[in-house]
Design a binder for this molecule. Structure first.
Ligand code: MN
Ligand code: MN
Length: 297
């Protein structure tokens, strides 16, 4: 399949799965159930999850995924970011929606969607990343909210989610122009007016990725490294995804060893600096000469 077709297929699946997740009432479900169902749906539609579904609640902006049988339940006061990745042959569609059951936070969610829509309107080949950041910031601020300035969109490459280019959520120095037929994710993150607008790393880290295949001098670890590489390559994975290979305790030990040897990186959760609610919206786009293809629409 042509790479553009792979992107489009990944995007169609990701978009459908996101809309199903948006419509569903998740109150009372555990985050484990939310992740499992979405990942199952992706596979049923013929895609592969490009990373563990992120289910980040309230002041957690990103990078939380369910632990095996994670008991955390979605409650009616929650603001839940569901971030979904689908790949076809390594070509990744990255998309996110915020679901919210407390009407008090609805304007926050609406602002995230609106700022993304406005950013898409000015995105095509040659658009400057700084202009996109400027539009996002303006649309967030005019609705009385605060952009998260140390989270950004990004370029995508085959089997690589963050491929080097950043698309900011604020007006910022340093800019590049969107390239024709390349893939980019645009993802405004925002918080309430008394938020800090900066995320910090938290203590929990339950999303992992192989960052080096250098042999470890330990036979068991080398074997694990090869098995994990065969399954996910450089893409992120969760401990839950290793349970067909190992028992849970064993999987934790193996991961810990690989992490200590710096073969595997663990991504910490990212938490709003003042502990304020965070919303996010995300689409993956492919810029064209005179328009933009929103592959996750
Ligand atoms: Mn995402
Ligand atoms: Mn992304």
């Amino acid at each position: 399949m042509d790479f553009l077709e792979s992107y489009r297929k990944a995007g169609r699946i990701a978009g459908k799965v996101r809309e199903n997740a948006r419509k569903k009432n998740h109150i009372g479900s555990t985050v484990y159930e939310v992740c499992q169902k979405i990942e199952e749906e992706i596979k049923m539609m013929g895609g592969r999850p490009a990373f563990p579904v992120n289910v980040s609640l309230n002041e957690i902006a990103a990078h939380y995924t369910a632990e095996p049988n994670d008991p955390i339940q979605v409650k009616d006061g929650d603001v839940l970011k569901i971030d979904i990745g689908v790949h076809i042959d390594g070509y990744i569609a990255d998309t996110a929606v915020t679901v919210c059951y407390d009407p008090k936070f609805e304007p926050l969610v609406i602002a995230s969607e609106a700022s993304l829509e406005e950013a898409l309107k000015i995105s095509k080949s040659g658009s400057k990343s700084s202009d996109i950041g400027k539009i996002i910031e303006m649309n967030i601020k005019k609705r009385g909210f605060v952009p998260i300035k140390n989270l950004s969109g990004h370029s995508l490459e085959q089997y690589t989610i963050h491929a080097g280019r950043s698309i900011p959520n604020i007006d910022s120095f340093g800019s590049f122009r969107l390239e024709n037929n390349h893939a980019y994710a645009i993802e405004p993150f925002l918080t309430l007016k008394n938020g800090l607008g900066i995320v910090h790393e938290g203590k929990i880290a339950n999303i992992f990725a192989i960052v080096s295949r250098k042999p470890t001098k330990d036979k068991e670890s080398d074997e694990a490294l090869n098995q994990i590489w065969a399954k996910f390559k450089s893409l992120p994975f969760a401990l839950r995804w290793l349970l067909d290979l190992y028992e849970e305790k064993n999987a934790r030990d193996v991961l810990e060893k690989l992490r200590k040897r710096k073969n595997v990186h663990a991504y910490p959760v990212l938490i709003e600096g003042n502990g304020m609610m965070v919303a996010q919206s995300e689409h993956t786009i492919i810029p064209k000469e005179n328009h933009v293809e929103v592959i996750t629409a």
